[in-house]
Design a protein around this ligand. Structure first.
Ligand SMILES: Nc1ncnc2c1ncn2[C@@H]1O[C@H](COP(=O)(O)OP(=O)(O)OP(=O)(O)O)[C@@H](O)[C@H]1O
Ligand SMILES: N[C@@H](CCO)C(=O)O
Length: 291
């Protein structure tokens, strides 16, 4: 039996839609695999009642098929589904690393990114790698059609998860089909600022570089209280705030000693909007680990 812990992740970071991602220190999924003649799946943990155990509908089923590695797979969910914290990707990343070990397939972590992304296609119809890449590799990742690059970064974060669900499929449905040249220039500038900030582990630059004039405004409308929660986080000292992945979680970047204050302000502001929420005070973390 092989057991793997794979972390939650935050994709997009505003200006890096479908490209940027970071691994979070917590929460995480834990996946156990044992060889079997055919794949079966059991799911326990947070939100497990909403997750299909049919291998054709669960992200780990697609991973087992891609690696030709049938197994009994037990998923203990620490990352709530439809959270914007890469829940479906955490299971897929953990399964990819675990099944690679179990069947001695010899794939590198970089090679496993495209395997785990096949799991994401089961959920949203497209094989995005921007959550599975950081969940496997850790740190800050840049996933493009040409492959994945990553860098370790030390940046304090708060991920605030409201008690509402937004599916990736629905959140992609509200996106504009085109953008202006001015918005393109601004997005490239911000994404570049953010990347330099990650290389320097500089929360000021990372926060400033998260601004995005195209995707985030369209999605904010799906999250009750978004504008108020963002303003509360900024007032409490966050250097930047954006929608985490496809939402509804909201991600704030801050300095080390301001995480607690930012987390409290975000939860209180969601409360004022009539929405229960919890905040993870975390940081950019490492990738999946074999336990
Ligand atoms: N192993 C799994 N873990 C979690 N969700 C799964 C899994 N397999 C299939 N799903 C389905 O995927 C959907 C959740 O995925 P979705 O991409 O919408 O959310 P997310 O992974 O939390 O968010 P994001 O990708 O925006 O960070 C739910 O409908 C859930 O039933
Ligand atoms: N980049 C993806 C992440 C969620 O799977 C999106 O924002 O739709």
């Amino acid at each position: 039996m092989i057991t793997v812990r794979a972390p939650a992740t935050s994709a997009n970071l505003g200006s890096g839609f479908d490209v940027f991602g970071v691994a979070l220190g917590r929460p995480a999924d834990v996946v156990r695999v044992e060889r079997a003649d055919e794949t079966t799946i059991d799911v326990t943990g947070t939100g497990s009642q909403y997750i299909p155990e049919n291998p054709k509908k669960n992200t780990v089923g697609a991973v087992a098929e891609a690696l030709d590695a049938p197994a009994h797979i037990r998923i203990d969910k620490g990352v709530r589904p439809s959270s914007g914290l890469g829940s479906s990707a955490a299971s897929a990343a953990a399964a990819a690393l675990a099944l690679n070990e179990l069947y001695d397939r010899g794939r590198t972590r970089e090679e496993l990114v495209s395997v785990a992304a096949k799991g994401e296609a089961v959920v949203s119809g497209e094989a995005h790698a921007d959550n599975v890449a950081p969940s496997l590799l850790g740190g800050f990742t840049v996933a493009t059609d040409d492959g994945v690059t990553s860098v370790d970064a030390d940046v304090p974060l708060v991920a605030c998860l409201p008690d509402i669900a937004v599916s990736t499929r629905d959140a992609r449905g509200v996106l504009p089909e085109s953008t202006t040249l001015g918005e393109l220039v601004s997005t490239v500038g911000n994404a570049s600022t953010l990347t330099v900030g990650m290389c320097r582990s500089d929360p000021e630059l990372v926060g400033r570089g998260m601004d995005d004039p195209v995707v985030t405004p369209a999605r904010a409308a799906l999250i009750t209280g978004y504008d108020e929660v963002r303003d509360a986080a900024l007032d409490a000292g966050a250097t930047g705030v954006t929608v985490s992945g496809a939402g509804p979680s909201i991600l704030a970047v801050c300095r080390e000693n301001e995480r607690r204050r930012v987390a409290a302000a975000m939860v209180e502001s969601f409360g004022d909007a009539g929405v229960d929420a919890r905040a993870y005070q975390t940081e950019i973390g490492r990738g999946a680990t074999v336990l």
